[in-house]
Design a protein around this ligand. Structure first.
Ligand SMILES: Cc1ncc(COP(=O)(O)O)c(C=O)c1O
Length: 453
């Protein structure tokens, strides 16, 4: 590896307290200077005091007995946990000698947050970056990418038009000076989430209920985050993993395809890095329930508190924590806890990928579209959003014919991008995923030997 700006190993992202003390001190001080490269060492789910950043949703809000534990992603550098896979993919590319500063431009195919993470990490490591993403995403996303010096190449459509992004990416690949951080295809995304997010989820849940994880719930975009479920299952074999999809684009549910408003998820495909073997359920959530839910949590907390007969300000800690997909995840967690009849001993873990900072424009649009606008319609909306959902929206993906359907869908998408049948067939075995995961030790040792701290 040529000399590059150093960053953390996988182990240090899970345990930043293991960093050399001088680096750790500098990294904590560096939080105040977002564009200081030392912030690469702040890519972690942990607070400065070592605790995993999470909240447990009040039971008055969820209406279920289970503990809903939400990992909070907005404090990652660049404002979402997607910076983790972006860093890991670039770091592994550098270690393999495939990506060099001054030689290569980094390409980030994305629906926004991975692109923001790509632009951010590239800036810190001294690369030019180009983000390819749909033109219909929240305007706050484009602003962030430009703020980090990233270029933008916009493809037609919105969230569910990711295939067009992948097709445009193929054009960039023809020039060997471009290197793609292919989040939908490359295994660093799997490794980061299985190891860093998975173990963080297990630790976050430990103080609650029976200390185990009964379910992990996540709405997949690249399906990287879902890989946390593989680690959770390795620790707690009885745990179930549930993927969430927009009702309007129910690809895993029933091969459905459509447009929707939950930015970051529901990309009309089974991604290459989705280990469908370990996904037990899929549940669909109406997209506008998530947008309306966000409006209630972000702008109408006093009303929600009064509906739930909670003292004023008791929900204040939720402010700023969620984006639209975060609300999707908590609605899915609540509905699965109800569906699976979980009790007070059971912990359901999910994530809030990013925070509210990138969605004011989405709420402005909701108002324009005539969303709930007075206490009466908002109370009815609360009931529908937080207490709604029914059995028909949940599908058990464990039967063999469901796995086959998802393998076939994956093959239909990815053989079109040049992946061989034999590679795709290997992905039908858990051994493939475990072997990918086990590479972490060797990657960390190579990085430690190559970097100068
Ligand atoms: C806001 C948001 N939520 C959820 C996701 C899905 O995460 P993953 O790609 O790990 O499945 C993304 C991915 O970009 C996102 O930006």
């Amino acid at each position: 590896m040529k000399s590059t700006v150093p960053g953390p190993t996988y182990r240090e992202m899970l345990h930043p307290e293991l960093l050399p003390p001088g680096i750790r001190r500098q990294a904590l001080a560096g939080c105040a200077h977002e564009l200081d490269p030392i912030n690469l060492f702040n890519i972690t789910w942990r607070c400065p005091d070592g605790l995993i950043r999470h909240i447990v949703l009040p039971k008055e809000l969820t209406g279920v007995d289970a503990n809903i534990v939400v990992l909070v992603g907005r404090h990652f550098p660049s404002g979402s946990h997607k910076v983790g896979p972006a860093y890991a993919t670039l770091m592994e590319g550098e270690l393999a000698g495939e990506i060099e500063p001054g030689v290569h431009t980094v390409i980030g195919p994305s629906t926004g947050n991975f692109g923001i993470g790509t632009a951010y990490v590239s800036h810190l490591k001294g690369y030019a970056a180009m983000v390819i993403m749909p033109e219909g995403m929240s305007k706050e996303r484009y602003q962030r990418i430009q703020q980090y010096g990233g270029g933008l190449d916009l493809t037609p459509g919105s969230e569910s038009d990711v295939i067009l992004v992948l097709e445009r990416t193929e054009e960039y690949k023809k020039d060997s000076r471009n290197k793609v951080l292919a989040q939908f295809e490359l295994l660093p995304n799997y490794r980061f989430h299985r190891y860093v997010t998975g173990r963080s989820a297990i630790e976050a849940a430990h103080p609650y209920g029976n200390g185990r994880v009964a379910a992990f719930v996540s709405a997949p975009g690249s399906a990287g985050t879902l890989a946390a479920g593989d680690e959770i299952k390795a620790y707690f074999p009885e745990a179930v993993v549930c993927a969430l999809e927009p009702k309007e684009c129910s690809t895993l549910f029933n091969n459905g395809r459509g447009t929707h408003r939950i930015e970051g998820i529901g990309d009309k495909m089974v991604t290459l890095i989705h280990n469908v073997l370990t996904t037990d359920y899929v549940a669909t959530i109406h997209d506008d329930d998530c947008v309306v839910g966000l409006e209630l949590l972000e702008r109408q907390l006093p009303l929600v508190e009064s509906l739930l007969r909670m003292p004023p300000d008791s929900l204040q800690s939720l402010e700023g924590v969620f984006g639209v997909s975060g609300v999707c995840n908590i609605l899915g967690a609540i509905r699965m806890a109800r569906h699976l009849k979980f009790g007070p001993e059971d912990n359901v873990v999910t994530v809030a990928t990013d925070g509210f900072d990138r969605y004011p424009s989405v709420l402005a649009d909701l108002q324009k579209r005539g969303g709930p606008s007075d206490p009466g319609t908002r109370s009815a909306a609360f009931e529908e959003v937080f207490r709604g959902g029914n059995r028909e929206n949940v599908l058990d993906l464990r039967p063999g014919q469901q796995k086959r359907r998802l393998f076939d869908y994956k093959e239909a998408v990815w053989s079109g991008f040049g992946y061989s049948r034999s590679y795709l067939a290997q992905m039908e075995s858990q051994d493939f995923w475990d072997a990918q995961y086990e590479r972490i030790g060797e990657i960390d040792r190579t990085l430690e030997a190559a970097r100068k701290l």
